[in-house]
Design a protein around this ligand. Structure first.
Ligand SMILES: CCCCCCCCCCCCCCC/C=C/C(=O)SCCNC(=O)CCNC(=O)[C@H](O)C(C)(C)COP(=O)(O)OP(=O)(O)OC[C@H]1O[C@@H](n2cnc3c(N)ncnc32)[C@H](O)[C@@H]1OP(=O)(O)O
Ligand code: FAD
Length: 616
């Protein structure tokens, strides 16, 4: 599987290169070409062993290295002359970066760094492509000068000979073993023993070690985390894609499959006529659209911030960090749970490999873990919300994506309930700000009682993660509302198209309202009749969107090869394709399976003989 994936990945990389030349001739930015990568990524169902090379290794060289270092390493990496990965996580640490054990000791006598993974737990563990594909890596280690810790630093490390691909002396490298999915990625392990690299192999755009050993600190230490921010932004797009693929499959299957008459004596309807089936499938279609739009917004913000960081303007880093965390978490959680809901909506056939929903789930699910485990990132956002609440209390302005927090903080109570879109959106935002206020009271009480900030974060963790989740809902729903209601190109849309978009907005807002009804009722009085009215509107908008479900998913424009699903094929010949896939199964090559003579027949005969004996 690994070699097949590498073969496909190389074909993909060549296509990526051609896309890049088409979209971005001579440019070094891979963004425009990545638009095509969702297709490429989908075409390698066991995962792309070059993903981390493309997304992290090349970008770290460009963004963390000096211009000279880019010329020496980055250009060759961009041109795929060398293949690298991003080796940060260790067997013993993934989340707590300050606990990483790999070390780089500066030897001023030879102007080299001596790299070591001192214990088994210090081994790099997980980096994509590390096991078999890569001959280089960005090695993230704690920097030591005269045995004094200086923080994390990144080093360009060659791990395999470029000609023979043999591991170099002092390098212990290999594959970490089978996973739930992505088994074509050859995630690997890496141990280094007294492995020396020249001083100029430390990426020094933001922090430097001078030949005499003097250390020049980065103006903003967090800029070394920037490669992770980029992938978090990409995860938001990638996972909205996976959800869109699963929604396309389940929608098409739901208008082919007929089951259970709704009226006695009537013919069996398409299962999408059942209201409960509509509630399983249509909200996932809308969620895929909502996150694709949010991810596009985030990508633009990343581009702007990356350019600013390149000019040493770090002012937008905190907001990008907060949004990248919130969207990476929300899209990976909601896509993973949504794909499983869509698999279940396809009944037994959803459980067949030929339906491909299991593989899409296995591709989407690890995004809840990699690039920052989701609950850790929620806590990160919770901490940022606490800082921003202090700003609100001090009457200071907040970053644009948190401006609603200031507005809601000035409201002494929630206005008269109208049930309008603005009302629903404000309700979610108001509940978020109420949760932030409560979390802050708990957190601040702990800090005031002499608990350290870290401990206060831990013991307020449940309220902090709730506030972070509601902030994510507020941001995503607010972005969708703006795109549908206030978009500058709204007038270019046909009235019919605008109506479909507004139905999707109606469904998204009501669905989020019901998902967080408990959180909302904690801060807003809403009567039983007002809630029942929303229930009716939910049923109504599902009915309204039912005729558009297939057209919306067709607009995702996934061809059959990408969906790779007998349930979601464009021609709708589901049963023929399921049967065709079944007949291809190796066990169907013979009428009598080998295990009959070897195992089954003796087993049945032994039981028959014992039965006879017991009768005698
Ligand atoms: C269109 C195309 C379609 C798709 C194409 C294909 C796309 C495919 C995408 C995915 C492909 C698959 C590849 C997967 C590869 C996976 C790679 C990895 O997993 S790499 C390893 C990832 N590891 C992590 O993410 C580690 C998580 N831990 C952390 O980030 C940090 O430890 C922490 C944030 C949890 C804690 O940070 P720390 O510094 O230890 O402490 P503080 O929390 O106190 O933070 C201090 C200070 O820094 C600020 N901060 C933290 N992080 C950042 C950041 N990233 N950027 C900016 N600022 C940051 C934080 O807010 C604090 O600020 P302060 O003002 O001091 O309060
Ligand atoms: C498919 C895949 C690909 C990957 N690719 C790469 C790669 O290319 N390069 C790379 O460097 N890494 C890679 N990783 C590793 C990934 O980044 C880590 O797995 C991730 O950062 C989580 O760290 P961990 O595995 O140590 O989990 P842990 O941090 O040990 O998490 C275990 C549990 O502890 C909890 N926890 C941890 N810290 C806290 C805290 N402060 N507060 C509350 N709870 C906490 C977590 O929430 C979680 O529930 C990959 C992982 C996967 C699954």
């Amino acid at each position: 599987m690994a070699s097949m994936s590498v073969k496909h990945a190389i074909a993909a990389a060549k296509k990526l290169r051609s896309l890049q030349e088409r979209f971005n001739p001579g440019g070094s930015d891979i963004y425009p070409a990545l638009m095509g990568d969702e297709a490429i990524t989908a075409l390698i169902p066991s995962g792309n062993p070059l993903s981390v090379h493309i997304l992290m290794f090349t970008r770290a060289l460009r963004e963390q290295g000096t211009d000279e270092q880019y010329e020496k390493f980055g250009r060759r990496a961009d041109n795929n002359e060398i293949i690298g990965t991003f080796a940060q996580t260790e067997l013993g640490h993934g989340t707590y970066l300050r606990g990483l054990e790999a070390r780089a000791d500066y030897d001023r006598g030879t102007e080299e760094f001596v790299l070591n993974t001192p214990k088994l737990s210090s081994y790099k563990w997980w980096p994509g492509g590390l096991g078999q594909t890569c001959n280089y890596c960005i090695f993230v280690a704690q920097l030591y000068i005269d045995n004094e810790a200086k923080g994390m630093a990144m080093f360009v490390v060659q791990i395999r000979d470029e000609e023979t691909h043999m591991p170099l002396p002092g390098v212990h490298v290999g594959e970490i073993g089978k996973k739930m999915g992505l088994n074509g990625v050859n995630n690997g392990f890496l141990g280094l023993k007294d492995y020396r690299v020249p001083r100029l192999n430390m990426l020094m755009r933001h922090q430097q070690v001078l030949p005499d050993g003097r250390f020049v600190k980065s103006p903003v230490s967090q800029v070394s985390y920037f490669p992770m921010v980029f992938v978090r932004c990409m995860v938001a797009r990638q996972n909205s894609n996976y959800l869109a693929q699963a929604a396309t499959i389940a929608t098409r299957y739901s208008v082919i499959r007929r089951q259970s008459p709704i009226e006695e004596g009537q013919p069996e309807p398409k299962i999408l006529e059942h209201l409960t089936q509509q509630m399983k499938v249509i909200p996932e279609i809308v969620t895929a659209v909502v996150y694709r739009l949010a991810a596009a917004n985030l990508q633009n913000m990343y581009n702007e911030t990356a350019e600013a960081v390149y000019r040493k303007d770090f002012s937008r880093l905190p907001e990008l960090h907060a949004l990248a965390c919130i969207l990476k978490v929300a899209t990976s959680y909601d896509s993973t749970y949504g794909i499983e809901r869509l698999r279940q909506a396809c009944g037994g056939h959803g459980y067949l490999t030929a339906g491909n929903l299991g593989n899409i789930f296995a591709m989407a699910a690890p995004a809840c873990t990699y690039e920052g485990e989701n609950s850790v990132l929620y806590l990160q956002v919770g901490k940022i919300l606490m800082k921003n609440w202090s700003q609100v209390l001090a009457g200071r302005e907040l970053m644009p994506s948190m401006a609603y927090i200031s507005e809601c903080s000035k409201m002494t109570s929630f206005p008269q309930w109208t049930g309008s879109w603005e009302c629903l959106l404000k309700a979610i935002q108001y509940a978020c700000v109420g949760s932030i206020r409560l979390a802050f009271q708990s957190y601040n009480a702990r800090v005031q009682s002499a608990q350290s900030q870290t401990a206060a974060v831990n013991y307020s963790g449940l309220e902090l993660t709730k506030a972070a989740e509601l902030h994510g809902r507020s941001y995503v729903a607010g972005n969708f509302y703006q795109q549908i209601v206030n978009s500058p190109n709204k007038h270019q849309r046909s009235p019919q198209f605008q109506k479909v978009l507004e139905n999707m907005l109606e469904l998204h807002l009501i669905q989020i309202f019901f998902r967080h009804l408990g959180d909302i009722l904690r801060f807003i009085r809403i009567t039983e009749d007002e809630i029942s009215a929303l229930q009716r509107r939910l049923e109504e908008v599902l009915k309204e969107l039912r005729p558009d479900a297939v057209a919306i998913t067709d607009a995702f424009d996934f061809n059959d090869k990408i969906l790779s699903s007998a349930l979601g094929c464009y021609d709708g010949n589901v049963y023929e394709r399921l049967f065709e896939a079944a007949l291809k199964h190796p066990l169907n090559r013979k009428s009598v399976p080998d295990f009959f003579e070897a195992h089954l027949k003796p087993f049945m005969k032994e039981n028959a003989d014992n039965a006879k004996k017991s009768k005698l």
